[in-house]
Design a protein around this ligand. Structure first.
Ligand SMILES: NC(=O)c1ccc[n+]([C@@H]2O[C@H](COP(=O)([O-])OP(=O)(O)OC[C@H]3O[C@@H](n4cnc5c(N)ncnc54)[C@H](OP(=O)(O)O)[C@@H]3O)[C@@H](O)[C@H]2O)c1
Length: 323
């Protein structure tokens, strides 16, 4: 029998891709925020008790890193309390919870990729709220997979890729931070890797959803590393090379031509953001490979694929439907 999968965050960068992919694996229930608000504990319990999913994939989250500084209660409620309740309900029903977390749980003082076992120490409110969510899920005793990813972008939503493209149509010079190092990761690749892992786990299902050995936290980012400055430069290089008409690119630039905007490297100090961000937040993906045999492509390859007309054909096939 096909399992029931409850997906939250279907309008988000990762969630929308999962909404397209997960129907291959089971019956997907994907309530929007109106029908499942992570700020509403009674609604969370009600939806979970009615749907009784075998799998919960929580792609919802409070992701506005700067706004979280002055909105900590909401960030905590959505990133920690909501996931805690999902996990408690999952535990009651013997279901498994898949959840996404962030490189910002680390303070960023290392010079080599962070391991899952490295101590956490978030330096901003968003990171603290996500870490609290991780801990609440572990404490619940539910079977869980927490995938920590980083610097997410997609061809829709709010992200660095689309911001750079828009700014390049408005300004001649873009000043971009060059002393924060991380791994820009395409949401579509995170969704694809998650779906591959779930497919393998579901295929192996006997009496339990996941072997207790596999339940835990895994890093899931693009391979390689770069800075925001190098990433911005690569985005504009790819955009300049994109010869064919890509609907998402036309929409990102409002149909305007992309002038050759100059990208200038600046320091975090010069950028003067009120929000602290880790200087180095590259994550080692060795555990993901070892446990599930899954590796995400290099960040540059992921970026190039966004500009590939094969990935975004002019007449895309109709999406698989699900509730
Ligand atoms: N973005 C990044 O750079 C990044 C980096 C590392 C990890 N992550 C993590 O990866 C996951 C997915 O991120 P993303 O960038 O795909 O997210 P996103 O594009 O910002 O989408 C967030 C989703 O959460 C939903 N949501 C927000 N508040 C909600 C609430 N109170 N109740 C129910 N749904 C709510 C949104 O719904 P509406 O459309 O109704 O607002 C949207 O569908 C998150 O856990 C995030 O913390 C993100």
């Amino acid at each position: 029998m096909r399992p029931t999968i409850l997906l939250t965050g279907k309008t988000g960068q990762v969630g929308s891709e999962l909404h397209r992919l997960l129907p291959k694996l089971g019956e997907v229930l994907a309530p929007g925020r109106k029908d499942l608000d992570l700020l509403d504990p009674a609604q969370i319990r009600r939806v979970m008790q009615q749907a009784k999913p075998q799998w919960i994939v929580n792609a919802a989250g409070y992701t506005a890193v700067d706004a979280a500084e002055s909105d900590q209660a909401n960030a905590l409620a959505i990133n920690a309390e909501g996931p805690r309740l999902l996990a408690l309900e999952a535990k009651k029903n013997g279901a498994a919870l898949v959840h996404f977390s962030t490189d910002y749980v680390f303070e960023g003082l290392k010079m080599v990729p962070y391991l899952e076992t490295d101590p956490t120490n978030p330096i901003n409110a968003y990171g603290r709220s996500k870490l609290a969510g991780e801990q609440a899920i572990r404490d619940s005793g539910a079977i869980h997979l927490i995938f920590r990813t980083s610097w997410l972008y997609a061809t829709h939503g709010r992200n660095f890729l689309l911001t750079v493209l828009r700014l390049a149509t408005e300004r001649q010079e873009l000043k971009i931070v060059d002393d924060q190092i991380g791994a820009p990761t395409c949401a579509a690749d995170v969704a694809a890797a998650t779906t591959t892992i779930l497919a393998a786990l579901m295929a192996g299902t006997k009496s339990q959803l996941i072997s207790p050995d596999l339940s835990g936290t895994y890093h899931m980012t693009a391979a390689g590393q770069t800075t925001w400055y190098e990433f911005a430069s690569a985005i504009l290089d790819e955009a300049a090379r994109a010869t064919r008409n890509l609907p998402w690119l036309a929409s990102a630039t409002n149909g305007r031509p992309l002038p050759a905007a100059r990208v200038l490297p600046i320091s975090t100090e010069e950028f003067r953001s009120p929000t602290r961000r880790p200087a180095y937040s590259v994550l080692s993906n060795a555990c993901l490979k070892e446990a599930f045999g899954v590796t995400l492509p290099d960040w540059r390859t992921q970026l190039q694929r966004c500009f590939s007309p094969e990935r975004f054909p002019a007449n895309p096939p109709a999406a698989v439907s699900s509730r």
